[in-house]
Design a protein around this ligand. Sequence first.
Ligand code: PEP
Length: 250
Amino acid sequence: MARVRLVAGNWKMHGSRASNAALLDVLVKENPPGCAVCVPFPYLAQAAERLRGSRIAWGAQNVSEHAQGAYTGEVSAAMAAEFGCRYVIVGHSERRTIFAESDEVAAQKYVAARKAGLTPIFCVGETLEERDRGVTEAVLARQVDALVGKYGAQGLDGGIVAYEPVWAIGTGRTATSKQADEAQAFIRARIAAADPAVAADLRILYGGSVKAGNAAELFAMPNVDGGLVGGASLVAKDFAAIWRAAVSAL
Ligand code: PEP
C-alpha cells in the first residue's frame, strides 16, 4: 500500500524575492498537507515569513558538517534551524559531483543536521554508467552504509532518505515506477538489516524528473513514500498537481 508522507520541493539556485513570493502565495492558498520547500539560504527568512502558520514546512538545501568555527562561506545546521527550517537536503548528487562531497561528508552533514534538530533528507543514487554496469545496489549500499555503518540505523529514526538516480535528475528521464520501487526496497532492506523497526517506519522519497504526469504512478508504489521534486516545484500549477497526486495516494 502506498503511504506518501512528504512531497518536498528543491528550488536549487533558482528564484528571486519576487518569483518566490508568487510561488509561496500559491502554496499558502492551496495549503497542502505533507509538503515542504527547500529554498536557497538567503530566502529562508522570506519562506519563514510567508509560510509560518500554514501547513507547509520549509528547509535548506545544504548545511555544513561542522557545528561552528572558521569555515568562511558555510552555514551551520543550527543557523538553518534559527530560521525555522524543519528539513535540510544532504548528499544531493549535485553536491556529491560538482562540490566533490564524499559519502562520509554526506553522512557527517546528516548527523550535524540531526544534532541541530532538523530532519535531514539524505539523498542517494547511482549514475547512468553505474546502472549500466549493473552496480546500482552496490552504490546504494555504499552510500547508505557510510551513514548507517558508521553512525547506526537509529540516526535514521524519523529521518528521510531520497532515492535520486543521477540520470533522472533534471533530465526529463524518470525512473519507471518499478525501477524506483526496486531501488527503494533495496535501500529499506539494507537499513532493515541494521534495525528492522527503523526501516519499516522510514520515509523513502523518490526524486528524478517527477512531474504531474508520472507522480500518481510513482506514489502508488509500496516503497515510494513521497517525492523530492526539483524543476516541477518551481511552477506552481505543476507542483500543485504533484501534491494532489500525493494526497490522493494517502
Ligand atoms: C532534484 O534536484 O532533487 C530533482 C529531483 O530534480 P528534478 O525533479 O528536476 O529532476
